[in-house]
Design a protein around this ligand. Structure first.
Ligand SMILES: O=C(O)c1cccc(C(=O)CC[C@H]2O[C@@H](n3cnc4c(=O)[nH]cnc43)[C@H](O)[C@@H]2O)c1
Ligand SMILES: [Zn+2]
Length: 346
């Protein structure tokens, strides 16, 4: 076995947490092709092999266009339940013990799925996943920013109304394109979500500059930043993120697939680590980007020159800055430590 194969084998069974992964963006090629076959009016291919081409993006706008065509395939609460359950199964296969799944309820309710049935579907899948696979799921509800303040209002209502808000909801996000979608306009909605006890985790600095990350920190009181890729352009921002222990949810392959970064070797993850920022590794929309969390850990190992101890530290970073309760965090970190010790034992 080569050293690389050896590290990949270590990663495969390393207990992990995933903090930045989208619900619809995690639909497997099998689920997408099944749903596409059920809805022949859709432009999404039914052949899983044709999906590889379909999931090749010219830029971020093209990615969102394709993403929404997959959103259009999810039409019933049963589709939502099945998708959520299958996403959990795939996470469990990769030894993911805990995941915060970003869900965009606005996209489903505006397409006619009943809001109560939607919440029941995700909660039903969450409970089944925990008891059948041992994977704990939590939700981040995100505003699709480009859909405007109507989407912000609706997402905030769904996230804060005690009669609707699902038990697994822990955080509030902002996704979609950043160009032409200034972050400060969402401040009142984030204020309401934070007042209702949710954590703030907007995307920022994925497709625009470091000023968007500053806006997310200042106006949306971000506790973690989704991507934050362009932060490397501003040394003062790097210092701020490190000093205030604001983690970045780094998704390397996503940034290449959406052409936010040219090549993996040019990815600024090394600069983030050098600046002392807490970095977590994530897969974002894995089947759409031809990746999974294990592959992202392998990418991180290469870019950061990590051995098993380094990879275990990276996995523990994600647990530490997750919104899981303290006993849950301790359990997963103990598991990471004993797995690593056993692996390295002579
Ligand atoms: O649902 C609609 O009707 C709708 C109307 C206008 C705009 C939108 C969106 O912009 C939805 C964006 C959608 O993309 C998700 N997503 C997945 N991966 C990423 C990412 O890497 N960066 C940003 N957003 C991403 C996000 O969760 C939104 O649901 C929708
Ligand atoms: Zn994302």
């Amino acid at each position: 076995m080569t050293t690389t194969d050896h590290l990949h084998a270590f990663i495969a069974d390393l207990p992990k947490a995933e903090l930045h992964v989208h619900h619809v963006g995690s639909a497997s090629p099998r689920i997408v092709s099944e749903l596409a076959a059920r809805h022949p009016d859709s432009k999404v291919p039914t052949d899983p092999e044709a999906l590889v081409d379909y999931f090749t993006f010219t830029d971020f706008a093209h990615f969102i266009d394709v993403y929404l065509s997959v959103v259009d395939l999810i039409r019933t609460p049963e589709d939502v339940r099945l998708l959520t359950y299958e996403v959990a199964r795939e996470l469990a296969r990769q030894q993911v013990r805990y995941a915060e799944l970003t869900i965009t309820p606005f996209s489903s309710t505006r397409r006619g799925i009943d809001e109560r049935a939607f919440m029941e579907a995700i909660e039903d899948a969450r409970k089944a996943a925990e008891s059948e696979f041992g994977t704990v799921l939590r939700w981040c509800f995100d505003i699709p920013g480009e859909a405007g303040l109507e989407a912000a209002e609706e997402t905030t209502r769904l996230a804060t109304d005690d009669r609707l808000r699902p038990e697994g909801l822990v955080s509030f996000g902002l996704g979609g394109p950043e160009i032409g979608v200034p972050r400060p306009q969402f401040k009142p909605y984030f204020d309401r979500a934070i007042a209702a006890g949710l954590h703030s985790v907007p995307h920022a600095g994925e497709t625009t500059g470091p000023e968007t990350v500053w806006d997310a920190l200042t106006h949306l009181r971000a506790e973690r930043i989704g991507h934050g890729t362009s932060s490397f352009q501003d040394p003062a921002l790097l210092t701020h993120l490190a000093d205030h222990r604001i983690p970045l949810e780094v998704c390397p392959t996503s940034n290449i697939a959406t052409r936010a970064v040219r090549t993996l070797d040019e990815h600024p993850i090394k600069e983030f680590v050098k600046a002392g920022i807490v970095v977590t590794i994530n897969s974002d929309d894995p089947p759409m980007f031809g990746t999974d969390l294990n592959s992202e850990y392998a990418v991180a190992a290469r870019l950061l020159n990590l051995d098993e101890q380094g990879l275990a530290a990276l996995a523990k970073n994600a647990v530490d800055v997750s919104f899981l309760d303290e006993p849950g965090k301790a359990r997963i970190k103990d598991e990471i430590d004993s797995y690593t010790a056993t692996w390295l034992a002579p």
